[in-house]
Design a protein around this ligand. Sequence first.
Ligand code: NAD
Length: 251
Amino acid sequence: TLDYTGQVALVTGAAKGVGFATAAAFATQGAVVVLADRDANALSDSVDRLRADGRRVLGVTCDVADEVSVASLVRSTVDEFGRLDAAFNNAGIQVPRIDAADEPAESFDRVASVNLRGVWACMKHELGQMRAQGSGAIVNCSSLGGLVGNPGLASYHATKHGVIGLTSSAALDYAARGVRINAVCPGTIDTPMVADMLATGALEKNAMTAAIPMGRLGRPDEIAAAVLWLCSPAASYITGVALPVDGGYVA
Ligand code: NAD
């Protein structure tokens, strides 16, 4: 049931980390994959890597914080491949840890424009196409931060809680119309985002792994596996959920 042959998948934030692993997994399972990212150089390297493995992929430079850019991404996907079957709205950023009394409004606006408004815009334009098709599956990227709090990260966590609200409400809009919408809530995953947080001291590796029941960070391919499953017919009766993929953290 994880065979995506003949299907079209779209992944945002696909140049690196979780997004790249998920784009690679869709492509390995036979999908045609559109990789979208705002970092044009990293995107072109990632597209080249997949093409070298014989995968059918297209790179589109897109800033999810800009709705015009998102509309054009979905239009290019449909112009090129005729449909859209699966979408993973993964692009997201982290902001530096700061006391909730000290965060500048610009910091809140920056993280909200990508993590929340970006997911909203992607979902809106993907749904326009999926509504016309009467089929499709969307996974939005939340976080453990969508389920619990964390000191110094109020605005990031607010955006990830918001992604769950977008997901459950839109899932109800489309439950009877052939389109399923779910969220994944990754725990701490070994990606460039986490490497940056370790480098700046925002995270400390030993303390972090000690808090994870499985005693290790997650791998990007472990999030990809959950996304492919949620988008597949194997999950045909699942919509509106926020699935933790976290080594047991919220257990
Ligand atoms: P990453 O920083 O390694 O990669 C993110 C990618 O998104 C980059 O290629 C970046 O260029 C792209 N991107 C950022 N802003 C964008 C924008 N405005 N438009 C288009 N592309 C943009 O991050 P990651 O660790 O792979 O995280 C991916 C997602 O998973 C994010 O939503 C993040 O919040 C979430 N998440 C990550 C972790 C973790 O531990 N790594 C945990 C929970 C949730």
